[in-house]
Design a protein around this ligand. Structure first.
Ligand code: PEP
Length: 226
């Protein structure tokens, strides 16, 4: 079964979260997950769609202002967490080492994990994609509750999508390094989802912008059934 996860980023406070769930119904036959911002997690949990956080700290508790632990998430009914999203790497100092620590702590606590990898445009142009993916994937612990999301940074929120062939190739190389399910992320929309999700090495999608609308997110979830 394919997995489609909606990363809401810093969108949807409590009232918009309720409106989303009023309008959204996950189709049967596909594993659907939503990742609201922290303040909407408890409201979203228990509404029939598994809820993941967008980040998680590695400590159980402590003097880490602004951070949230796996245990705190579990107490809310949250089932998993995204780790190492490129926006965390780009704007908040996330490194391969902190990705590894977050993954290990989350898995140890009993959360599921979507761990993100992907090259920037300049890394791709410099022919460094393979080396970047090898380095990032090496920091991610193998675990049955963990999936990897391949998100080429140049395709996130830009409207540029990797071609299905390019995504298929990147997924194959990631699977050689790490035997796991690999989701594709980067401007997935209802219009391109069927073709991307038809690639044999693409096991699902991590969707940003198009997951905010119940209609477009539902259409992408249905594309995973095709
Ligand atoms: C993301 O946030 O993980 C993402 C892939 O965003 P978008 O679908 O908007 O490119």
């Amino acid at each position: 079964m394919k997995l489609v996860a909606g990363n809401w980023k810093m969108f949807k406070g409590t009232s918009e979260t309720l409106a989303f769930f009023d309008a959204f119904e996950a189709p049967a036959g596909v594993e659907v997950v939503v990742c609201p911002p922290f303040t909407s997690l408890s409201l979203a949990a228990g509404r029939g769609v598994p809820v993941y956080a967008q980040n998680v700290h590695w400590a159980v508790e402590g003097a880490f202002t602004g951070e949230i632990s796996a245990q705190m998430l579990l107490e809310l009914g949250v089932e998993g967490a995204v780790v190492g999203h490129s926006e965390r790497r780009q704007y908040f100092g996330e490194t391969d080492e902190t990705v590894r620590k977050r993954c290990e702590a989350a898995l140890e606590a009993g959360l599921r994990v979507i761990a993100c990898v992907g090259e920037t445009e300049s890394e791709r142009e410099a022919g460094e994609t393979g080396a970047v993916l090898r380095r990032q994937v090496a920091a991610i612990p193998p675990h049955e509750a963990l999936v990897i999301a391949y998100e080429p940074v140049w395709a996130i929120g830009t409207g540029k999508t990797a071609t299905p062939e390019l995504a298929q190739q990147a997924h194959e190389s990631i699977k050689e390094l790490h035997p796991t399910r690999v989701l594709y992320g980067g401007s997935v929309k209802p219009e391109n989802a069927v073709e991307l999700l038809a690639q044999p090495a693409i096991d699902g999608a991590l969707v940003g912008g198009a997951s905010l609308e119940p209609g477009s997110f539902g259409a992408i979830c249905r594309a995973a059934l095709a």
